[in-house]
Ligand binder design. Sequence first.
Ligand code: BDP
Length: 721
Amino acid sequence: MDKKPVYLSLLILCLLFTFSSVKAEDGYQLWQRYNQVTNKGQLKQYQQLLEEVVVQGNSPTLQIVKDELQTGLGGLLGKTTAVKESGGKKNVLLAGTRNGSALVKALGLEEDLKAVGPEGYLLLSQKANGKNYTVIAANSDLGVLYGTFHFLRLLQTQQDIQRLAVKSSPKTKLRILNHWDNLDRTVERGYAGFSLWDWHKLPDYIDQRYLDYARANASIGINGTVLTNVNANSLVLTPEYLKKVTALANAFRPYGLKVYLTARFSSPIEIGKLKTADPLDPAVKAWWQKKVEEIYQYIPDFGGFLVKANSEGQPGPQNYGRTHADGANMLADALSPKGGIVMWRAFVYDNNVPDDRAKQAYSEFKPLDGTFRKNVMVQVKNGAIDFQPREPFHPLFGAMPKTPLVMEFQITQEYLGQGTHLAYLAPMFKETLESDTYAQGKGSTVAKVVDGSLNGHSLSAMAGVANIGTDRNWTSHPFGQANWYTFGRLAWDHSLSSEQIADEWIRMTFSNEPKLISEVKNMMMGSREAVVNYMTPLGLHHIMGWSHHYGPGPWIKDKPRADWTSVYFHRADEKGLGFNRTKTGSNALAQYAPEVQAQWQDPATCPEKYLLWFHHVAWDQKLASGRTLWDELCYKYTAGIDSVKAMQQTWAGLASQVDPERHKQVSTFLKIQHDDAKWWRDACLLYFQTFSKKPIPAGLEKPEHTLEYYQKLDPKFVPGI
Ligand code: BDP
């Protein structure tokens, strides 16, 4: 056989590969690709101003700074960049702290540095001793690292750096990922493979992934990680596992990432051989105290405990007739001498099904405000039900002024299409943060409650349930990376806009091409609303498939608890649709400030996005569009699919601007999303139609199958359960 044609095609392939403008990429590098700057003018500016790089001081964290600058500038500027201890050139990039760097100290900056606090930093263009300095200065090595990542981001996004005057410090003190990772490496509600923590090989083997994970977190300011699932296993508190946790803590420490664990309330019984876990029992208190001391011997900077108690079958103080405060305070007392904190979750619902599950957290926790120790924070989900595609803000944010509240967002898309739907979550997070609780009059936003400024708390925290796993690209969907990124950026600065965060992320993750940026941004900005429309428009909620939560299941009923069913939440009947939470219904609305109530209690003034959350509305009721509720529902569901179609078209048009591997994956996932959107629409409309008895408006596509067909669909082994 003549081999020439084979060689020839191989050669052509190689040439194609070499000269194609977009290299193959698998997404592992996240937003830290450091590709060479494409804007020639900017590149020239950077090369001139960064003639020499000087980092003074030595520590594991500063070593990371040096490595990052070397790698980052090497890639961005396309030439090897040595990092030096001192320099002689005229244009210098200088990084360090006042204490560790004589050159930084000589620049003054004392007042400015004071203002940015322990984790903040300055990025400045300064002239001194006849030199042009580009300065990354901070009070701590960690601040220098955060500043370094910010500086590199400016280059990655091709910004002008000639006259830098950046002062940045985090608005929220603790910025924490919550991993719902089990010790067997499955991840509850995880859709990106298995847990990153390879417990079996720990403590000996430190996977490079741990360091890459910590580095990615540091680049967006995340400074804490809860390693284990809220549905906790007490084994993690045994010496065998604590040694493994120590190895992770040691690996993460230079990146400023503190380790926290979930504490199973019944641990004193399970691993301590006690007869009780009653928080007021002296033996139980003593057990936890000893346990905490032991943990701190292993991990001197251990962050503390996250606790899910008396919720969904988890043990807790109520098993012994005690309150959440009794339980939280007992753990807090054990942690306080060491500087640790307790994050006690408010996601509770007890065994007696209440009249409205949405009311329960408030009913249980509001009376406890003011009774928690100083080192207890109460962790509250963004909304009162459970991470639905859209929820009004949780009423507790306006109701516990004496207690620092942790915002708990879900980054993993349990109810938003899991690992295959494109849903950019910044608009959702922002919607909650910008909501006004009116707790102290107009302008009492959830953001101000969370950052501690409204009620004068020095402790403040934001938590995000992670979407990260062993998938090569970390998050299953390439756009899932944007949600991890967003969480970190908003925890640092909740005033950033969704557009701005998307802009940065796109430039760093894909490219700085204007057409690509604007079109991808467009896709992202509309994507969450698209999900709301094809899943739960107009304030519908909790109508997903049983247990796995993937796909529609508005017909779910007759389960062990009424408030685990869909019919409990949508209340469809011949008259109409929606949950009446006003005075004539469950009156959950009474948990909000009068100003909020005034707006939401009347269906005419209630924003339509929350309409069916608070009201049971007649099928014939006219809405703002002039359509009846039924027709509007049909239009919204259809609009959801149309948005996905539009995303598919846009993405197809970007084929030449994105590397083939990521382009193909996103295209394929968009196809899945489109088919799922149709599944949601057809199933929900057919089901609700059995109550409304009305036709789907002329001009709208008819469902493809019968209701029975959709009711029989039963996906097996959906990940994340
Ligand atoms: C729900 C999840 C469940 C979690 C629970 C929680 O379905 O897996 O354990 O929240 O937050 O969203 O505790």
